[in-house]
Design a protein around this ligand. Structure first.
Ligand code: F3S
Length: 429
């Protein structure tokens, strides 16, 4: 049985209203299913509270078919529909289903956009920050070391645990929505010291010095360790934030990595001893020239035609540094007539890209800078797409399979070149 504090007991007894009572009830059931003994306090929650496509609202038509109905019945798993107050925890909305401006280009209908806008107004009215990104840490929500969070989105979760030393499990919609109301999440998994220790070693024997290389190493790591915690050692030197971003997203895609250590680099891995915390060291997986070649081939195994009609960048959502790089690479060139280049980021980063002149360069070249979503989440690709190219191991893992298209993986420069020529010329150097 999960132990409740007096405050938690009072919430469960309805002191703070029906919605908080339902949230606490859901969290107690969740904690008991996990075997958690108690809760941690959280004031940093990232989820998709109450947002839903129209068909979900129609499913709850008998309950009113609105935000309130979806939040009560779906998010809180409640038998009755209750009023939803402003959230109590600092909460942000992760990525959503379409771009707020270029939704028509994404093939969305006016009705779907009206539903999106209405959900967004509800999100803001309920005190949730409208970050609309899978990279909240680039848009105003950076956890600190040891902070208990409740986050969804695998690429954000692995970043939170590994890079900044925040603490979160890979939560779901229901648990995050409940945590926004109750400021609690079960004290389980990555919230506890003993679950944050390394389990296997990934020994890096080749230099890893670009986003492209970090993406491949991440993809290798996830495939090797699956859902355990890898400790990376060997030829790695301080990766930048965006390299961590691509490494973690790839490791969470090919495996289920939710936390990693890099010896001498990440905050809970001062040395290998600390990273493993005295636990058994599991297997060692070597990443050398042979493995690097094999991963490259695997990531490019769903490409056969070199006629590229879509290039998608921004998975996870591009940082301003990456947008600057894309603008530098494309300045003076143009996206080919039979190709499209869509770049995804958050609204916050787009605002900076606009102020810095990068958006204008991209626009002049025929590229589209979109926010809030991505092709995988919105299942939106340019009409007629058959062959796509990506600089993200995560996106090449998902999108071709989801949309039944071919896909190539390469460097950002190769992707920009493909967008401007309509041809894939990627090679492993
Ligand atoms: Fe983000 Fe979409 Fe990739 S939501 S992590 S850009 S799959």
């Amino acid at each position: 049985m999960v132990k409740l504090t007096d405050d938690e007991r009072a919430m469960l007894d309805g002191r703070d209203g029906a919605a908080v009572q339902k949230a606490m009830d859901l969290l107690v059931r969740y904690a008991e299913a996990l075997g958690a003994e108690d809760f941690v306090y959280t004031n940093n929650v990232a989820g998709v509270p109450g947002s839903s496509p129209q068909w979900v609202k129609e499913y709850y038509a008998a309950d009113g078919g609105d935000y309130r109905a979806v939040f009560s019945r779906f998010d809180l798993d409640s038998d009755e529909v209750v009023d939803i107050p402003r959230m109590n925890a600092f909460s942000c909305h992760l990525q959503g289903g379409m771009d707020p401006v270029m939704w028509k280009e994404q093939g969305m209908t006016p009705a779907a956009f009206a539903n999106f806008s209405s959900d967004e107004a509800e999100t803001a009215a309920h005190g949730v920050q409208v970050l609309k990104t899978c990279t909240p840490y680039l848009a105003g929500n950076v956890p600190v070391m040891g902070e208990h969070c409740a986050w969804m989105e695998s690429s954000a979760v692995v970043f939170c645990n590994s890079v900044v030393g925040g603490r979160t499990n890979c939560e779901g919609r229901e648990s995050t929505s409940a945590a926004m109301l109750a400021n609690r999440i079960p004290n389980f998994g990555f919230h506890r010291d003993e679950f944050r220790k390394g389990q296997h070693t990934v020994r890096v024997d080749v230099p890893v010095d670009s986003i492209f290389e970090w993406g491949m190493l991440g993809y290798f790591t996830g495939a090797a360790v699956e859902d355990s915690i890898p400790v990376l050692d060997g030829q790695i030197s301080q990766p930048s934030l965006i390299r961590h971003k691509h490494f973690g997203a790839a490791a969470a895609s090919s495996g289920g990595v939710e936390m990693y250590h890099m010896v001498g680099i990440t905050p809970e891995a001062r040395d290998a001893e600390t990273a493993f915390g005295g636990k058994a060291r599991g297997e060692t997986f070597a990443y050398g020239a042979k493995e690097r070649q094999a991963i490259y081939e695997r990531l490019n195994s769903i490409g056969s035609s070199t006629d590229v009609d879509y290039v998608m960048l921004g998975c996870p959502h591009y940082s301003v540094e990456q947008i600057a790089e894309a603008a530098r690479l494309i300045e003076g060139r143009r996206v080919a007539a039979d190709c499209e280049l869509w770049i995804f980021t958050s609204r916050a980063v787009k605002a900076t890209a606009e102020a810095s002149g990068y958006s204008e360069i991209l626009k002049r070249a025929g590229a589209k800078l979109m926010t809030d979503t991505c092709s995988a989440i919105s299942q939106a690709v340019p009409k007629g797409t058959r062959v796509a190219a990506f600089d993200s191991a995560k996106q090449v893992h998902y999108l071709p399979a989801m949309m039944g298209i071919e896909g190539w993986y390469g460097t950002t420069a190769e992707c920009i070149d493909a967008a401007c020529t309509g041809k894939w010329n990627g090679v492993l150097q």
